[in-house]
Design a protein around this ligand. Structure first.
Ligand SMILES: *[C@@H]1O[C@H](CO)[C@@H](O)[C@H](O)[C@H]1NC(C)=O
Ligand SMILES: *[C@@H]1O[C@H](CO)[C@@H](O)[C@H](O)[C@H]1NC(C)=O
Ligand SMILES: [Cu+2]
Length: 319
């Protein structure tokens, strides 16, 4: 009996861990660099990745953790990888990455001085060197950068632009998951020293702070991918600043995606009674595909006349 209870509580604790994650390693010019190992003690950990503690997403675009999924500081035994400008860098997420709906983004930030070690990530100015949003299909069920990342062995490869000046940088890989609102941010950073660089510094309009680069009202973040409108929308505005190196273009005529005010899941009558937990009716109730809460796999639909209502990103209730 005691054993059974223990096993059950372990199972119950698992989904919140395995449902999310982050970058665990990097491949740079044929060399694999171990990343940070969350959930292990920081004592003795060494690697090129900035420390981060848990697999949970960041839900607030103004969180002080948004730069590197931690307090912004380097580890006690922080390392730096050397990489030539023009080279690809691959980041590997824990497998299999569970969130196929949302963009992939990669940023660089130049550190002052001769190393990024000791530099707080929140003080830096970031520029975007790579992004992938809605690749094809509709916002509702299209193919996204994050889906491509999953298809690529839960990895993403970004090429350091050959034009970037040499120096010490933080490299920030980010995947944003849009299966629930608020949007989920998963950023991690590595310290790199770029050699053989070019001469094109980012322009002022391409530089942003984290937090600061995103707002909860950004059309690419305040987006209900389950709305009727999303089912016919084939464009998506990737959040953040204009890309580094992009030609300056006049502002496009407003083709932003409108978001609906009521953002509940599609309502199909079900079996859940008033005040019971419910979930998304379209794709099932798990964290992987549903907007309805981490690890929830129970029945999705509410008994008539109750409505499945968003309480928060992790809990929907029949009200
Ligand atoms: C979207 O792109 C992917 C990868 O290129 C492809 O496999 C898929 O068939 C495309 N889907 C549509 C609807 O075009
Ligand atoms: C897939 O990624 C893992 C790291 O998460 C790596 O160990 C493995 O070699 C990769 N497989 C392929 C085929 O690249
Ligand atoms: Cu998750």
């Amino acid at each position: 009996m005691v054993l059974k209870v223990t096993a059950l509580s372990v199972l119950a604790a698992l989904p919140s861990v395995i449902a999310h994650g982050g970058v665990l390693s990097y491949l740079i010019e044929g060399v694999t660099y171990k990343g940070w190992t969350p959930y292990n003690t920081p004592v003795g950990q060494t690697g090129i990745e900035r420390p981060w503690a848990v697999y949970d997403p960041i839900l607030d675009p103004m969180s002080p953790q948004l730069a590197c999924n931690d307090d912004g500081t380097s580890g006690a035994l922080q390392l730096t990888a050397t990489v030539k400008a023009g080279s690809p860098i691959t980041a590997y997420w824990n497998q299999v990455w569970p969130h196929p709906f949302g963009p992939m983004l990669t940023y660089l930030a130049l550190c002052p001085g001769t190393t990024c070690t000791g530099v707080n990530a929140n003080t830096l100015s970031w520029f975007k060197i790579d992004q992938s949003g809605l690749i094809n299909g509709t916002v509702f069920n299209g193919y996204w950068g994050s889906g491509k990342m999953i298809d690529q062995n839960s990895s993403w490869t970004t090429t350091i632009p050959a034009t970037v000046p040499s120096g010490n940088y933080l490299l920030r890989f980010e995947t944003i998951a849009l299966h629930s609102l608020p949007a989920q941010f998963y950023p991690e950073c590595a310290q790199i020293s770029i050699t053989n660089g070019g001469t094109l510094a980012p322009s002022a309009s391409q530089l942003v702070k984290f937090p600061g680069a995103y707002s909860a009202n950004d059309p690419g973040l305040n987006i209900d991918i389950y709305s009727n409108e999303a089912q016919v929308t084939t464009t998506y505005v990737i959040p953040g600043p204009p890309m580094y190196g992009a030609a300056v273009v006049p502002p496009a005529s407003t083709t932003t995606i409108k978001t609906t005010t009521s953002s509940g899941p599609t309502q199909t009558p079900g079996t859940v009674a008033q005040f019971g937990q419910c979930g998304d009716m379209i794709l099932g109730g798990d964290c992987t595909n549903s907007r309805s809460g981490t690890g929830y796999t129970g029945p999705t639909g509410c008994k008539s006349p109750y409505t499945c209502t968003v309480i928060n990103a992790f809990y929907y209730q029949c009200l």
